[in-house]
Ligand binder design. Structure first.
Ligand code: PMT
Length: 309
């Protein structure tokens, strides 16, 4: 692409991103969330024996919804349960990371996979001696479940800039590719009596290139690629790697996503699968092991370059 065309494409993307943010209602408590995030990132003390080896990962998780009305009655949704993000968070914590867990309300939470579907009712019991208490079979799972962090990707990225290459983004959320801009959205419930619904959805600009180039340019960035046609999966993952300059793209197919994935980087493809013979073995355990190794090598390489400069 020549310089003029590149600049025009850049300006078009800037305009799309601006109109996407302008058209959404403003984020509530933006200043408080920003303050909490900075405090959280700065609070992470250096690990013993090192100067700045503290690592923070932002995990995005679950699907996003697209409201069709301002006083929303209906919305478009997607399949994502948030399992990938929640399970991965557990392994990041085990590996010593501090985690900012950016999730969609109602989707899976870390440490909750062993809880029943209706935890509040099934986990609690009433006894004359102690009143309401957690039932014994769930006590360990409930204890583990009491931890979560949430915020917004842009704010998180800016707050994580101060830790440079020690920041990791693990973007497992299934973000909607289309939305209805606020100003063209019906205010009240759309009436079904007026025949077929004709509605124009606008494309959500991809924030990945912005994340890499401006919001957190030194962070290690991992995005996901989901397809239903396995024949095009790796090709699409490679294209995303190049287009958005990701450090890694994790490729998964809808039906087998809980069994196996491929980690794609510029010079290798690592196929990772869970061992079905091992009780409790989940694919996220293997994914995070590789991710932690790659991120550590990235940090070491960065530190090495800085010390030589
Ligand atoms: O939640 P589960 O049921 O466990 O399922 C996990 C999963 C299949 C959803 C997950 O493993 C996965 O593949 N997530 C990405 C789905 C996808 O293909 O997203 P995408 O093609 O719309 O976006 C590609 C990447 O860009 C994703 O990493 C996405 O998080 C990121 N993105 C997309 C748009 C946007 N505006 N901002 C983003 O960060």
């Amino acid at each position: 692409m020549d310089v003029n065309r590149l600049q025009k494409a850049q300006e078009a993307l800037d305009a799309e991103i601006k109109s996407f943010f302008d058209s959404a209602p403003p984020l509530r408590n933006i200043e408080d969330i920003g303050k909490d995030l900075r405090k959280f990132v700065e609070f992470n003390p250096p690990q013993a024996g090192t100067q700045i080896d503290r690592k923070v990962v932002c995990v995005t998780s679950g699907g996003t919804t697209v409201p069709l009305e301002q006083r929303c009655v209906r919305y478009i949704d997607n399949f994502s349960s948030g399992h990938r993000g929640a399970a991965s968070t557990e392994y990041f914590l085990k590996a010593g990371y501090s985690v900012i867990f950016l999730y969609r309300k109602g989707t899976r939470q870390p440490y909750c996979s062993l809880l029943p579907d209706d935890p509040f009712l099934e986990c609690l019991e009433f006894t004359q001696e102690s009143g309401i208490q957690v039932r014994q079979p769930y006590s360990e799972a409930v204890k583990n479940a009491i931890s979560e962090h949430h915020a917004m990707l842009h704010l998180v990225a800016i707050s994580m800039r101060s830790i440079g290459p020690h920041a990791l983004f693990y973007l497992a959320a299934a973000v909607s590719d289309f939305y209805v801009p606020w100003e063209s959205m019906a205010e009240h419930k759309i009436q079904s009596g007026s025949g077929p619904l004709d509605m124009r959805l606008v494309q959500v600009p991809k924030m990945l290139s912005r994340l890499r180039s401006e919001w957190a340019p030194m962070a290690y960035c991992i995005s996901f690629k989901l397809e239903t046609d396995v024949k095009i999966l790796l090709e699409k993952a490679n294209a995303a790697l190049r287009k958005y300059k990701m450090h890694m793209v994790i490729a998964n197919e809808l039906l087998t996503r809980k069994e196996e994935v491929t980690l794609v980087t510029t010079n290798e493809k690592i196929h990772v699968r869970r061992d079905p013979k091992l009780v409790g073995d989940i694919v996220e355990k293997h994914i995070i092991k590789h991710v932690v190794d790659k991120h550590s090598a990235y940090v070491d390489n960065f530190d090495h370059k800085v010390s030589r400069a």
